[in-house]
Design a binder for this molecule. Structure first.
Ligand code: SAM
Ligand code: DTB
Ligand code: SF4
Length: 343
């Protein structure tokens, strides 16, 4: 019988610098028998992260709908006729209430998203206040507000923003079939501004939009070959939304989502690989395979931005069944001083 570990792997490089994968290497990983790929991915995870530990984030939409961009998958684009009820910027106090609930339910990061092409300068004091108040609760902060100039990224960094989410979403070639109101290079420019401001980068994509495996390979190639790979890589499975151009796209087999996660884990070994949109339609065993494939973060809570998500209750049951634990939120200064007094 063949040795379990003697499986085909792409050629290794001999340099000490983190090696960047070629398209051919990524394709070889994708083509492995699934069990071989899972074994390699779980082994890679354990070289860089504690096993069975999952970073949990909660999302909140701080400005919903009427977005001027025409992203073909999105419920919030003003170009599509979806059922979504648009909402103006929510009050800071309301966002803080949601952040407190997220912390109480075990999230360590609070991600705030706005349906903007880019924030206007008049919006910056609002988002700065949100960042400061959420951080004061002892939560990490993440925002996704569309394109950013270098100055805006610096303002967010100065306010203490920990992560900025801005996805490449798919391959460069397929991108123009999904979005026409901005370019791939616009996305890369914002990622560059975020990185230069010293904010951690959260960037990934969506699979199941009718793209080919080559597109998925090219997306992972782009992400892994950024000047510094993203600290966090969300892998969304398309949530089909009635009224969007992608509402009736053929459903992608779940094993392709698992493979994408596993290859992302192997080629970006230091990144958190995040289970994002699409979990609601997946079984516990599909999600268990995704953790086996090296995923180590997720969005929890009843809602993503506008669509339903596997809620806290369901995730607590899943974590208990699989023996997973949520990474602890950082203690606030106030909590640390109480601990010090009681020691
Ligand atoms: N407006 C900002 C932007 O586009 O960067 C942030 C919000 S946008 C909703 C964040 C990400 O959510 C998108 O880049 C996409 O990857 C994901 N997303 C949006 N709608 C989705 C859907 N229907 N299914 C899966 N992922 C989706
Ligand atoms: C990401 O990659 N996925 C999250 C987060 N980043 C902002 C958003 C998923 C949105 C899914 C569709 C919705 O709820 O509107
Ligand atoms: Fe707007 Fe973001 Fe939705 Fe695109 S994905 S339509 S930019 S909210």
């Amino acid at each position: 019988m063949a040795d379990l570990l003697s499986i085909q792997t792409p050629a290794k490089t001999t340099t000490c610098a983190p090696s960047r994968p070629t398209r051919e290497q990524i394709q070889t990983w994708f083509d492995l028998p699934l069990m071989d790929l899972l074994l390699q991915a779980q082994t890679k995870l354990r070289e860089h992260f504690p096993p069975n530990s999952v970073q949990v984030s909660t999302l909140l939409s701080i400005k919903t709908g009427n977005c001027p961009e025409d992203c073909g998958y999105c419920s919030q684009s003003g170009h599509h006729s979806t059922e979504l009820q648009a909402e103006k910027k929510i009050e800071v106090a309301k966002a803080i209430e949601e952040a407190k609930k997220a912390k109480a339910s075990g999230s360590s990061r609070f991600c705030m998203g706005a349906a903007w092409k880019h924030p206007h300068d008049r919006d910056m004091p609002y988002v700065v206040e949100l960042i400061k108040e959420v951080k004061a609760l002892g939560l990490e902060t993440c925002m996704t507000l569309g394109m950013l100039t270098g100055n805006q990224a610096q303002t967010l960094a100065d306010a203490g923003l920990d992560y900025y989410n801005h996805n490449l979403d798919t391959s460069r070639d397929y991108y123009c079939k999904i979005v026409s109101t901005r370019s791939y290079d616009d996305r890369l420019d914002t990622l560059d501004n975020v990185r230069k401001a010293g904010i951690n980068v959260c960037s990934g994509g969506i699979i199941g939009m009718g793209e080919s495996r080559d597109d998925r390979i090219n997306l992972l190639f782009e992400l892994a070959n950024l000047p510094t790979p993203p600290e966090s890589v969300p892998i969304n499975m398309l949530v089909p939304i009635e009224g969007t151009p992608l509402a009736d796209v053929e459903k992608l087999d779940v094993t392709e989502w698992i493979r994408t996660i596993a290859v992302a884990r192997i080629i970006m070994p230091h990144s958190y690989i995040r289970l994002s949109a699409g979990r609601e339609s997946l079984s516990d065993s599909d999600q268990a395979l995704a953790f086996m494939a090296g995923a180590n973060s997720l969005f929890s809570g009843d809602k993503l931005l506008t669509t339903p998500n596997a809620g806290e209750g369901k995730d607590q049951i899943l974590f208990a069944k699989l023996g997973l634990t949520a990474e602890k939120p950082k203690p606030t200064v106030a909590e640390l001083s109480v601990d010090a007094m009681s020691a």
